[in-house]
Design a protein around this ligand. Structure first.
Ligand SMILES: *Cc1c(COP(=O)(O)O)cnc(C)c1O
Length: 376
């Protein structure tokens, strides 16, 4: 177990519990049961948390299949996980086929031109190449559209030389409890799956996993939930183990009188004599400025609201109502953690937890905790 250093520091500390990520993957694998495989979506450097430290523990815990967004992410991951099955969502865009083959990466092909490109590479190499076919079932983002899908059914020769390992689609609103779109997409996916029954079928992201077992098919692709995000924020407590703790020190305490204003733009006026704490975190650390005047931090389990604007390096929190003497210079406040879950921090900033995670800055002291970590 890596200890979190307690040395005094002006720098905010980001702690990433790698055991919790591994446990969350296990929880999802358990949830989908033996009939389906749980892959891990590790795009964008494992949602900003640092794939270099996370890939090994996931692999050793038994996770064999991974998804990234970009070819370059796949190439980096290949260095760490030589045996893993690595899929790339962007697909085989112009000029990338050779690198895909060279690094043993599997493209999620999103169009007929991508299929042709990958097929040409298979011909060149004289071997069948593994392929994921991505079909759009209502997101209008990536994947074969209806016309392309029909063409593919009319011309099965388009897949000659390709080994279709997965037929996939992606849900647009599986996290929205009242939406009917996921069920609509599910029906469309089930239909097209009948028409194209090769390989395994895959539809669910994190939210899809927790929506209903019908969404599981053969392979699920959770990302956000692995990193402690609530897969279905509108429904009850978060089933996932929290992963991220972000603590920042109080730099200074000051008193303000009724009528005085706080911070840039004087956007907050004190309505009473107040005790304010200035904390060393700001938007340069990825603590989004849109949370100005709305968010809060936790100090010893107490809520302290953010007052005034979030600036580049600092925030001001109102500690007037906290127990006397609890907050002094150097006190660590919890910006994200047990009392400040990422989904709440996100809601305060008018965004989603995905953006909070992937915005986490480079100025933190990062600590990776957990017994599943590499020895090095
Ligand atoms: C990012 C992504 C996922 C993972 O989504 P989460 O909501 O983070 O679980 C799955 N599938 C596709 C196609 C994606 O782009």
């Amino acid at each position: 177990m890596t200890e979190i250093p307690t040395t005094a520091s002006q720098t905010a500390t980001l702690t990433i519990d790698v055991d919790a990520i591994v446990a969350n993957h296990g929880l999802i694998a358990e949830r989908v049961g033996p009939g389906a495989t749980a892959a891990a979506v590790v795009k964008a450097d494992a949602y900003g948390l640092g794939l270099a430290r996370i890939a090994g523990p996931l692999w050793r815990s038994g996770c064999r299949e991974y998804f990234v967004a970009r070819l370059d992410e796949g190439i980096v991951l290949r260095e760490w996980l030589q045996e893993a099955t690595i899929h790339v969502f962007d697909g085989v865009t112009s000029g990338t086929a050779r690198e895909f083959a060279e690094y043993g990466l599997i493209p999620v092909v999103n169009s007929l031109p991508q299929i042709e490109r990958w097929q040409a590479e298979a011909r060149r190499l004289g071997q069948a190449l593994p392929t994921v076919i991505h079909v759009d079932t209502g997101m209008l983002r990536l994947g074969l559209d209806d016309d392309e899908f029909t063409t593919l059914l009319d011309r099965p020769d388009l897949l000659n030389g390709l080994d279709v390992t997965i037929v996939a689609s992606h849900l647009a609103s599986a996290d929205e409890a009242v939406s009917e779109q996921p069920e609509h997409q599910l029906r469309r996916f089930a239909l097209l799956r009948k028409a194209l029954p090769m390989g395994r079928a895959s539809l669910a992201n994190s939210a899809g996993v927790f929506r209903h077992a019908d969404f599981h098919f053969d392979l699920v692709r959770p990302g956000y939930a692995l990193y402690g995000g609530h897969p279905q924020p509108e429904t009850g407590p978060n089933p996932m183990r929290p992963v991220v703790t972000l603590g920042a020190p109080v730099l200074q305490l000051r008193r303000g009188e009724r009528g005085e204003t706080v911070g840039y733009g004087a956007s907050h006026r004190l309505e009473r004599p107040s005790l304010l704490a200035t904390v060393a975190i700001g938007y340069a650390d990825g603590f989004l400025r849109s949370g100005s005047g709305r968010g809060a931090v936790a100090i010893g389990g107490h809520r302290a609201p953010i007052v005034g604007r979030i600036s580049m390096d600092l925030i001001t929190v109102d500690v007037t109502d906290l127990p006397r003497g609890l907050v002094t210079e150097g006190t660590r406040v919890e910006v994200i953690g047990r009392h400040r879950p990422i989904d709440e921090v996100a809601a305060d900033a008018g965004t989603i937890g995905y953006e909070i995670l992937t915005s986490l800055g480079a100025r933190y002291r990062r600590h990776y905790a957990g017994s599943s970590l590499d020895e090095s």
